[in-house]
Design a protein around this ligand. Structure first.
Ligand SMILES: [Zn+2]
Length: 307
């Protein structure tokens, strides 16, 4: 862990650091200064889904990006050196979900761990017979409750044409976890226009509908096509979300959040009420701001696991 404080700042900064709150304003100011015009313009251009943000929105995004850079610590795993350009790219993507919200929603934890590629995590599953299966699975991202966000740089780096976004996915989990266990219900206290029971009803109905759509797609895949292979991609691409969204409400919220920010049209068409709730929660309307921009429907639907 690196500290760049003046000695007078050390006590209060270390306290903030270890409780996972904001870095000292001086440190945030320094991070903002480091995002000079050239660096910032390049960073925005690297992420096509940021096109359409207004100048004031980009100013706020820049401030939130600096807040993340100053308040979170970045660590490379498996020998990866996390250079400034990598930190910047992760921070700007992580800043997008809280563009209309408060940075305090990312309090409570400090570390962002970056692996060069996918990484192995232990998984436990209980089958229908009650037998416990323990195994290792490769993943592109994780968000631990009260702990780090862990990312595969291969998946998190900009410049990839895809409908998925591992950084937004994991930070959506962080928003969800802020009020306790991730269950697809982020805190709505700052949203008097949103009702938790209504949110739960819509979320459950859309997840059920997605389960039905996924079942229909799986039945439609011909027997000579391996559903786990790339050959099955055209069938799954007809779905509004990646099949991983069917896992549980928390994953439905995280995968929906990715689609909402990166490729919103199919999501908004499939479940207008769910899209509307997400737009009210995030206080953004990516579909509206992307209208008139290049059609991105033809992007390949290519992702590894995110959890
Ligand atoms: Zn997930």
């Amino acid at each position: 862990m690196l500290f760049y404080y003046h000695s007078s700042e050390i006590d209060s900064n270390m306290l903030r650091w270890f409780t996972g709150r904001s870095a000292h304003p001086t440190r945030i100011r320094r991070a903002l200064d480091a995002l000079d015009e050239a660096t910032w313009s390049q960073l925005v251009a690297w992420h096509p889904f940021l096109a359409g943000l207004t100048a004031p929105e980009l100013d706020t995004l820049r401030e939130h990006t600096a807040w993340i850079l100053a308040s979170k610590s970045f660590h490379g795993a498996h020998g990866l050196e996390v250079i400034p350009a990598m930190r910047h790219a992760i921070a700007i993507q992580a800043a997008l979900p809280i563009l209309g919200l408060d940075t305090s929603l990312y309090h409570g934890w400090t570390q962002i761990v970056v692996y060069p590629g996918g990484f192995m995590v232990p998984r436990t599953e209980v089958d229908e017979a009650g037998v416990v299966h323990e195994y290792m699975m490769e993943t592109a991202g994780e968000a631990w409750e009260g702990g780090p966000v862990i990312l595969s740089w291969e998946e998190a780096q900009p410049g990839q044409d895809r409908r998925a976004n591992v950084v937004i996915h994991e930070f959506a989990h962080k928003l969800d976890q802020r009020t306790g266990t991730a269950d697809g219900m982020p805190g709505l206290r700052a949203h008097p226009d949103l009702d938790a029971r209504h949110w739960h009803r819509i979320l459950t109905a859309c997840l059920d509908d997605f389960d039905r759509r996924l079942d229909a797609v799986e039945r439609a895949i011909p027997p000579d096509v391996d559903p786990e292979s790339d050959a099955a991609t055209p069938w799954y691409d007809s779905l509004p979300l990646d099949p991983y969204a069917a896992t549980d409400p928390a994953e439905f919220f995280a995968v929906s959040s990715e689609a909402f920010f990166v490729h919103p049209e199919p999501l908004a068409r499939a479940w207008p009420l769910w899209y509307e709730l997400l737009a009210k929660y995030y206080r953004q309307d990516p579909r509206l701001r992307m209208q008139g921009l290049n059609d991105s429907h033809a992007l390949p639907h290519n992702r590894n696991g995110e959890h």
